[in-house]
Design a protein around this ligand. Structure first.
Ligand code: NAD
Length: 390
């Protein structure tokens, strides 16, 4: 149970790029990083508008001298301080992730970056190489993957309860962009513009989340080939898709599907992962994250509840409150952040092997998300053909 105990020696001096006032995800990053005292917000270049960013930093309680006009100024100034930041979070639109993360790594900072990590696999691999060379941690914000019931699902697969895994069905299909809301919403406008969003909209923005969750639950599955089709139901969004379907074949013989959409009219998030084995299945849904449905063939279906003693000890370790109370997105993100902090400290101590068993979305997960999107786009744009995964 997490109850105020910090497992690192000190709070990590931390900065943010983006996540400014009114941004969609900035508050979630701050909540998650600050919740258990693992990070200490000291600096920021929070906004494209330097004045607004500075005011916001002061509002958050920062020293005005450490509210910077841009990330380059921040990295240079913080590097020159004996008490400078050690880690930075990048919570800006997708087109800036690569240059900002690269600059941060070159300035010797650990990075927590939003997804998709970059536009291309080559860029993601470049970041991976720089991080490895410098012994730095890159965490990627696949937030819900830190939820305890994802851990439980992974344990049920690992201990053979489901049998041999045959089918994985992934879904992240909301309805919030069923109409061209981008006219009134700046945060949606950049998402449907390739210059800011990259080669995809919903594949990168949404589908990479359940993709990573499935990798956590079924770490032994490797995609062998995939086929994708994508559509722009709001025509002005072309060439970016607001709906896509992906078929996947894994090298074990298992198969997978992924439906991702922003035009699933009437739906809320609808992020679901179902894993089907030869004996039974598990299903997790982000709208009811505290429950995991376990179905064993020939037995009544069970709804496993977070916090109950019948769960695996590892799925109880990150609880903050007893069963019956909901834990959700903020808690899952906070779970990832304490693991990021443990990884950062282990790397700074020169002992990365200390965290070799720790489950968190690192740079490899970031690379994989970008690689998957690249393959999906290649398949879809070739007319929906099978492409080998490499
Ligand atoms: P947003 O448009 O709501 O906010 C972006 C923020 O970044 C704004 O404050 C803007 O002023 C600032 N900004 C932009 N460029 C900047 C720069 N060069 N320097 C400093 N600040 C800059 O966007 P958002 O919805 O918060 O998305 C940001 C990122 O987070 C995107 O990559 C998105 O995909 C990701 N995201 C992830 C999740 C998740 O669940 N992990 C959820 C939402 C968004």
């Amino acid at each position: 149970m997490i109850n105020g105990t910090r497992l690192t020696k000190s709070a990590i001096r931390w900065g943010m790029v983006g996540g400014g006032k009114g941004s969609q995800i900035g508050y979630v990053h701050r909540s998650a990083a600050l919740r258990d005292g693992y990070f200490d917000l000291k600096a920021g270049a929070f906004d494209l508008d330097p004045g607004r960013g500075r005011d916001f930093g002061v509002e958050l309680g920062l020293d005005p001298d450490r509210c910077y006009r841009d990330y380059g100024t921040m990295f240079a100034a913080e590097s020159a301080r004996s008490d400078g930041i050690r880690c930075v979070t990048v919570a800006t639109p997708n087109n800036t992730h690569y240059p900002i993360t690269r600059a941060a790594l070159l300035a010797g900072l650990h990075v927590i970056c939003e997804k998709p990590l970059t536009f291309t696999t080559a860029e993601a691999l470049d970041l991976q190489a720089i991080a490895a060379e410098r012994g730095l941690v890159v965490g990627v914000a696949y937030g819900y993957s830190g939820h305890q019931m994802i851990e439980e699902a992974a344990r049920l697969v690992a201990d053979g309860t489901l049998g041999r895994i045959r089918i994985v069905t992934l879904q992240f299909a909301h309805g919030f962009h069923s109409q061209a809301v981008e006219g009134d919403s700046p945060a949606t406008r950049w998402r449907v513009d390739p210059a800011f969003a990259g080669p995809s909209y919903v594949l990168g923005d949404l589908a990479t989340h359940p993709l990573y969750i499935a990798q956590v639950i079924c770490p032994d599955l490797r995609i062998r080939r995939l086929l994708c089709t994508r559509q722009s139901f709001v025509a002005s969004r072309a060439p970016l898709e607001d709906n896509a379907t992906v078929l996947m074949e894994y090298d074990t013989g298992a198969v997978g599907t992924c439906w991702t959409s922003a035009v699933n009219a009437g739906a809320m998030h609808s992020q679901k992962v179902r894993v089907v084995g030869s004996r039974g299945s598990v299903e997790w849904w982000d709208e009811h994250p505290n429950q995991l449905r376990l179905e064993i063939q020939g037995e009544p279906a069970r709804l496993l509840d977070r916090g109950m003693p019948y769960l695996h000890p590892q799925a109880l370790a990150d609880d903050r409150i007893g069963a019956g109370h909901p834990e959700g997105l903020f808690d899952a993100w906070a779970n990832l952040h304490y693991r990021f902090a443990l990884a950062i400290e282990a790397h700074e101590d020169g002992e990365p092997s200390r965290v070799s068993g720790l489950r968190f979305p690192g740079i490899a997960a970031g690379v994989e998300g970008v690689r998957w999107v690249e393959h999906c786009v290649r398949s879809a744009d070739a007319g929906g053909v099978w492409v080998d995964y490499g």
